[in-house]
Design a protein around this ligand. Sequence first.
Ligand SMILES: [Fe+2]
Ligand SMILES: [Fe+2]
Length: 267
Amino acid sequence: MPDPFVSRSLDEIRFWSRIMKEHSFFLKLGFRCEDTQLINEANHFYATFEAIENRSLGFTVDSDPAVIRKFNEEVHSAASHIWAFKRKILGLILRCKLPGGTNFPLLVDHVSREANYFRNRLEELNLGRLDPLPDAIINENVFFLRIMADHAKFIGHLLDPSERQLVEQARNFSHDFDTLLYQAIDLSSMRPQSQTKPLLSQQLDENKVSVKSLRDFKKTARDLIEECRIKSIIHPLLADHVFREAERFLYIIDAFEASLNMNKQIV
Ligand SMILES: [Fe+2]
Ligand SMILES: [Fe+2]
């Protein structure tokens, strides 16, 4: 019988190490030519997370949990380091030390939040302290809705302004997700009274509809960018990256729905 600790650890690491690797690449694209030190650091993180990703693919669900625990610790340390690197870049940008660079402050903050999320997941897995289901549902929704709202904003700002219709659609998604995020924050502040099965289930239903439609929009944008049919400064890999993160959120929502239906304790 495979250990769920092992399968969950590998699932998180396989998904997020590729994401961290790509963040290093995106950040590098936004540095100026003279920022050689920052470019070198970004290259270093790219290699680090590529190696982690490759190692994670070498393990299986039958791997020794003690080995995976040790691996989680190593990855946790790498995630902490890339988090610190991202916050350092944010500080430089906000103090106007990188004039002419093209990394938006919100994008740098966003990728640092994703690193922090990854690091926390590993910590929780190793400590065996995963949130109880009702808390997990609220916390994950607050986290991912903000991520989705940010993505819509990035897409809107990186499309060429002459792509009026797509820019308008991105703006609408940004507005929808900001609204969903506030709803999730409201539900969070009404805890624990808000943690009833009907309310949690309704939140999942509602979010799922919107995430599916954002996911489809991102997929269309990705395909159009790959085929060079629209004008933008979005790297095709960034378009695919945000598409995969929406897929990840949907996968998490589905898992929550299944657990909620099985869980008899929540009324
Ligand atoms: Fe990301
Ligand atoms: Fe993201």
